[in-house]
Design a protein around this ligand. Structure first.
Ligand code: FPP
Length: 255
């Protein structure tokens, strides 16, 4: 491993990065942020405090990802299945993007971060969509980290929509089924402007995918940790990236 440590790390930093290689950093990291509720329970606190602390972990992780040179960070903030939760929890989760952006948007702009959203806008409250759209608009010219929030996102819904669109084109005679390619399917996905995730992280000890980027994860590396999302920090991200760097990606071929 190469010990090329970037200038922004000084001995004064509270968290020292592990010895790590700056080469072969995953371009796109996607995170299933899980364990907010259990984190809160383990501290004798209500669930919404877990989500609030989860929001702080979003900031920490974005800064850490940017420092590491990760280009795209996708965060699974609300799934199409999360509507099944009690209304007060859903309402609270729907206010978090707004709260986060009210606190952080100016700094995100200053840090050259580009905010994006992937998911179904329909069904989301207007205040959530407006906050996200403002952030997307005000950061669209930025060229640094792409911070992509998966909000009201569900992979099966995304794939279904894609089928529907292609079906319409076939029905109208504009598309021959024989001409359908994987690239054409990519182009119909919410993630169409992003590369596939190189590394998918899930926190809280759960080992499942929960309807997240099913098409896009064909060759993603997976990293699972027992850490609850509100405790996820720079060190956790470095560990995930270091493990990624030890893997050999063969894409079905041979090394
Ligand atoms: C899963 O934990 C977490 C969620 C469904 C919400 C994730 C949202 C955040 C981390 C905050 C997002 C912040 C912004 C800025 C959009 P859980 O509630 O299922 O935890 P549990 O499994 O322990 O109950």
């Amino acid at each position: 491993m190469i010990k090329r440590v970037r200038s922004w790390w000084t001995r004064k930093d509270k968290v020292q990065p592990p010895e790590r290689s700056m080469d072969n950093v995953p371009e796109h990291v996607a995170i299933i942020m899980d364990g907010n509720g259990r984190w809160a329970k383990s501290h004798g606190l209500p669930r919404f405090i877990g989500h609030q602390n989860g929001m702080k972990a979003v900031k920490r992780t974005s800064i850490a990802a940017d420092k590491l040179g990760i280009k795209y960070l996708t965060l699974y903030a609300f799934s199409t299945e999360n509507w099944k939760r009690p209304k007060d929890e859903v309402d609270f989760l729907m206010r978090l993007p707004q709260e986060f952006l009210a606190l952080e948007l100016e700094e995100l702009i200053e840090k050259n971060v580009q905010v994006r959203m992937m998911g179904d806008r329909e069904g989301l409250p207007a205040h959530t969509v407006n906050a996200m759209e403002e952030a997307v608009r005000r950061t669209q010219g930025n060229t640094g980290l792409v911070l992509n929030f998966a909000l009201n996102y569900g992979s099966r819904k995304e794939i279904t929509e894609c089928m529907r669109e292609l079906g319409k084109k076939i029905k109208s005679g504009a598309l021959d089924p024989e001409d359908i390619t994987p690239e054409m399917i990519d182009g119909q996905m919410f993630s169409k402007d992003l590369p596939d995730p190189d590394l998918i992280i899930r926190t809280s000890g759960e080992m499942r995918i929960s309807n997240f980027m099913l098409w896009q994860m064909a060759y993603s590396e997976m990293w699972f940790t027992d850490i609850y999302w509100p405790d996820f920090n720079e060190q956790s991200l470095y560990e995930a990236v270091a493990e990624y760097q030890r893997r050999t990606r063969r894409y079905g071929g041979l090394t």
